[in-house]
Ligand binder design. Sequence first.
Ligand code: TA6
Length: 296
Amino acid sequence: MPSEKFGIADKIIFEKRAEDYPPFVTLVSKQSHCKIALHGAHILSFIPHGSPDLLWLSSKALYQNDKAIRGGIPICWPWFGSSDKPSHGFARIHSWEVIRSGVDEEENPHITLQLVSNDASKKLFDYKFCAELSVTVSDTLDVQFSVINRDEKTFTITEALHTYFRISHVDSVKVTGLEGCSFIDQLDHDKEKLQQGAIKIKAEVDRIYQNSVDTCTICDEGLRRNIIVSKTDSKSTVVWNPWIQKSAAMADFDEGGYQHMVCVESANIGDHQITLKPGERHMMKLNISESSSLET
Ligand code: TA6
């Protein structure tokens, strides 16, 4: 159990829920707390004190070693998409190791989890690599996802922090920040289209916005809050809502859960794939925060 070496009283708290499943860790700052599963280095929740969770997590999520957890922030790596097996890569269905933890000068807790290539990963992705996820919790959630090519060969990956955001109701929400961006509509034969105005969710949505580096805001009238999603070194943004039929077909998706979530994913996909020569490193950063919509 990593708590002996990496736990910090009241700040970084580990818990084991089942013998055959990796532990969970909760990071507690003065303003918020965040829960992470070591399975998949999967951030499950980010709750500023006094606010509803900013992340959506299915109550029917499966906590099994060969399954991804439905909700929170799945790490899609070394590929994005379901064409290859397993869907969205293997990083989110592997157990990650804790390599560092601590608190900064403002007593904000941070932790770094690591996934290094092994015999199992080599069967799916025949390269040596080291992936790290660093999480710092304050009044915001700060996530840094980095990968180093430790092989003698160059490799190319696509990736996403596939974030599920909690919303009051799809009818009360719009997503801004992607106006004027072109997107690939994955529901219309991958046709390229242009985003006109804010995004409203009135049906299934599955879009890859390319050349999208700006901050996105999820404006939630129902919760009278804005969720601000800013990122660095991510040029793709995916917006997804499975709507009625697709969500009903997923056993791990809450019944009617599609009404209370939207995915705004920070990614590097397609033209923005990442190619790393031996020894090269790439880091994608994500910062999630909330503001009262009364302030805007
Ligand atoms: O990011 C959108 C998407 O690629 C959808 O097409 C859908 O497949 C979703 O990810 C969820 O994928 P998962 O493998 O987590 O069920």
